[in-house]
Design a protein around this ligand. Structure first.
Ligand SMILES: C[S@@+](CC[C@H](N)C(=O)[O-])C[C@H]1O[C@@H](n2cnc3c(N)ncnc32)[C@H](O)[C@@H]1O
Length: 268
């Protein structure tokens, strides 16, 4: 199976978990799915959650709160790359108001069905969920004011293409305002693989410097990476120990290096 097929199958199952009422979607290993996941839990405040259908909140699989940080204004057009159950699209729609528009883009049918059902329950009209891949965005050039995304770009096997596509669809002056997991500093490949296995929603977290270089190469300016949550080896101790990994030996190579961050940039 290709990476895309594996990702589709995994997130299709997560959507069905929410639809069937089996619980929340969850990124960590199956054994930790009932407990609090340090990456996806408590990202939204009560005021935000109370405006949304319960299934949109239960399906949240992000690692940040991009709409809260993106400074969205009434009338703007927003595009969420990998919109999942639609939580950030619905929140964006409220921020941009009836004169604005929020698009969600996702490739997984089950997630799109869940997102459209959440839109129906939330009774918002300035929202459209599109089926497609973030490496080939089905929107015209210069049609979007703000690109948001929540823990999706790390899943792409072709991050340069995603960033070029984001640049293409943004209007001049448009903003890239994305939450993602990034790695700060050098981490041995084997250690990174083990941590990614623990997180399991993350397939290929980029080095912070690599992220910045890719954005700059695509033409973006005013690039910044602001950590929002920094992970500690203790978050993953149980899982890594069960996998036979000597946690204390790798701790110095992991602690403080994996983080959720808010990545900002501007198209000149
Ligand atoms: C980690 S979930 C995040 C969902 C949502 N952003 C949230 O915060 O809850 C990843 C989502 O991105 C979608 N996705 C992953 N890779 C994609 C790709 N290459 N193109 C389109 N959608 C993709 C998956 O189907 C899934 O719904």
């Amino acid at each position: 199976m290709s990476i895309k097929e594996v990702v589709k199958e995994k997130y299709g199952q997560q959507a069905l978990r929410v639809v069937s009422g089996s619980g929340t979607a969850c990124c960590g290993p199956a054994s930790s799915c009932c407990s609090t996941d340090p990456i996806t839990s408590n990202l939204y405040d009560l005021g935000e959650k109370s405006q949304l259908p319960e299934a949109a909140v239960l399906a949240s699989l992000g690692c940040g709160n991009p709409t809260a940080l993106a400074e969205l204004k009434p009338g703007e057009t927003v595009l969420d790359l990998g919109s999942g159950g639609g939580i950030d699209v619905l929140l964006s729609a409220k921020r941009v108001g009836p004169t604005g528009k929020a698009y969600g883009l996702d490739m997984t049918d089950e997630m799109l069905a869940l997102a459209r059902e959440n839109q129906r329950k939330a009774a918002v009209e300035n929202v459209e969920f599109l089926k497609g891949e973030i490496e080939s965005i089905p929107l015209p050039d210069q049609s979007v004011d703000v690109i948001i995304s929540n823990c999706v770009i790390n899943l792409s096997a072709d991050k340069d293409r995603v960033i070029h596509e984001a640049y293409r669809v943004l209007k001049p002056g448009g903003r890239f305002a994305v939450s993602d997991v990034v790695v700060r500093g050098e981490v041995p490949a084997e250690v990174q693989r083990n941590v990614e296995l623990w997180v399991s929603c993350i397939a290929g977290a980029m080095q912070e410097t690599e992220y910045v270089q890719k954005l700059a190469r695509a033409g973006f300016v005013d690039i910044s990476v602001e950590p929002t949550r920094i992970y500690n080896i203790e978050d993953a101790r149980g899982f890594l120990t069960a996998e036979g990994i000597d946690v204390d030996a790798i701790a110095p190579q992991v602690d403080g290096k994996f983080m959720s961050a808010f990545v900002r940039a501007r198209k000149p």
